[in-house]
Design a binder for this molecule. Sequence first.
Ligand SMILES: NC(=O)c1ccc[n+]([C@@H]2O[C@H](COP(=O)([O-])OP(=O)(O)OC[C@H]3O[C@@H](n4cnc5c(N)ncnc54)[C@H](OP(=O)(O)O)[C@@H]3O)[C@@H](O)[C@H]2O)c1
Length: 327
Amino acid sequence: MKALVCDRYGPPDVLRLEEVERPTPRDDQVLVKVHASSLNAADLEILGGAAWARIGGPFRPRNKILGSDVAGQVVEIGRNVKRWKKGDAVFGDLFMCGFGAFAEYVAVREDALMLKPDSISFEDAATLPQAAKIALQGLRGRRPLKKGQKVLINGAGGGMGTFAVQIAKYFGAEVTAVDSAGKLEMLRTIGADHVIDYVKEDCTKSGERYDLILDTVTRRSIFEYRRIMAPDGLFVLIGGSRYAIFQAMVLGPFVSIISKKKLGINPWNVNSEEDLRFLLELIEKGMLLPVIDRRIPLDEVPEALRDLSKGLVNGKVVVMIENVDKI
Ligand SMILES: NC(=O)c1ccc[n+]([C@@H]2O[C@H](COP(=O)([O-])OP(=O)(O)OC[C@H]3O[C@@H](n4cnc5c(N)ncnc54)[C@H](OP(=O)(O)O)[C@@H]3O)[C@@H](O)[C@H]2O)c1
């Protein structure tokens, strides 16, 4: 089968499209024929040898094939698999079970997958598992989001942010979206009430007060956000610099004990079926629309990852391995 192989850390150019052996599913796995996958900032971070990625592979990536979002069809089942049969359309997040979706086939543990309804295309399903689920968990995972509450989403124009804006609007929040100038018009069209160009304006000096701040790309000290938090406001870090992650994980809980303002990292439940089911319902009701920047074949993944690293992507890039949606 064809796969995008990554056997060393480096820029996206180290990825090579190669012919490799098709995986054989273990007893608790199914073999999925991949129809679509999508890019996530996490793919870039692994490729670049981020500290967290090196825990599993200090000198070279632990998983030779990246790609954590998968949508496809079950073509083989392991001996102990109960949940799936050949032909089932499935989708899921492979972040905690070996990645591998940038390939024609991937062997996946049966519990990492969910049934894809016929009403949702493979390409839309491939945008959801990581980005939309984390956005949802960031918005309601620590406390329910209430109608009328003010939410600030930093890094709103990316894969996660474009879902977060729409989901926050669904919950009835007043949303301020922060990103670079080129993404602000798109953010208005998906429902943002207010937009801020982070190059021109520092949102922490706006004088506004927010009930929830969701930051997908924290580049500053998380304590700078305290001045724009409502008295019992919540700050949730989804991604950012090592320093900010350290602050949110180690100092955030301490500050949260001594103050009514709460700061912390997002609660992440990789295989939450309940969350994915909720997202599917939103899509089916027409309340959530994945923002797809472009659809690309496997060999264009390196170029698209380069664009993602330069901020040239609005929402998600979908990798179409087998274009069954168009058949
Ligand atoms: N915590 C978890 O559970 C978890 C799991 C997986 C991934 N993540 C993390 O989640 C993060 C977001 O992922 P993603 O896929 O949404 O990334 P993405 O698609 O690259 O989106 C990031 C967005 O932030 C914007 N941005 C960059 N610098 C900014 C700044 N200083 N202020 C405001 N906006 C800025 C980017 O636009 P421009 O470049 O045009 O400025 C881009 O639109 C990543 O850091 C990833 O590691 C977290």
